[in-house]
Design a protein around this ligand. Sequence first.
Ligand code: RUB
Length: 308
Amino acid sequence: MDFFAKVVNDIKSVKIQGATNVAKYAVRALKWKSQKIRAKSKIDFLIKLEKYKQILVETRPTEPLMRNILRYVMFNLRESDITTKEIPRLIDIIADEFLFNMNEAKEKISAVGANMIKNHTVVFTHCHSSTVMGILKKAWKDGKRFEVIHTESRPLYQGHITAKELTKAGIPTTMIVDSAISTYIKKADMAIVGADVITADSSLINKIGTLYLALASKRVNIPFFSATVLPKFDPETIFGRVEEIEMRDPKEVWKNPPKKLKILNPAFDITPRNLINAYITEEGLVTPESVSEVISDKYSWILRGIKI
Ligand code: RUB
């Protein structure tokens, strides 16, 4: 299996997981593929590359960070005045620039989020978000002493990745089953989750169960935050496109269920803006009310070429 096929496979099977990792590997895979393409002209090259881009986009439908960056690469290639031979080099530059910017953005988010964590607090999180992990590890490194409670995140148990990372960092951590959220939320001072999508109405799409955690946080009156880079905004939702919620294989839930049993396995759910105190972003704390404005101001390229 070549690198491209492996990345496609690993994203589909959630071996590569989390919106940031998915986008990073997708851009690396496109870069790798661009070095293998043989084409007669620039147009021929771009047509072939577009097909590979589409294969990547379809690996997971609810991942606008990946869609945005792949669209950005294609847009720049189309617009640039370069020869076919020079295309892989340009992809290289754009991909490296993207990866550099993402790392820088995540460092800023870690710093902002770490400032928000006080000594002796209990932070609740869900699933596995590399962005949230960055915040917690930075706060711990800064000398803050706090605890984490997190879910196991059935059916794929991404909570195990969270547990391994946090315990390795020395952070006191308790894992609970997903359905115990309302029992243990009372012990928490704040909830921080990641994000897969920010929509035009400022809603958050994240791992299934996030809405439950947001509602539970509201009920016990603790703040609920989502830590995210802003290019997870889906520009197509501006024109009313409803973000597709990925439905995964029922076999992930039960390998040998009784015949005729219907099993539903959505990967994500939608948390409305009124349950979110703020997004923790590379531009600092951004309220749901102002998130669209900040995105159009700082990331105008996301909106480029998007049509009704
Ligand atoms: C992971 C998930 C994460 C976001 C953000 O879902 O919902 O909270 O993707 O992750 P899955 P990050 O495991 O199905 O991909 O902060 O790393 O971008």
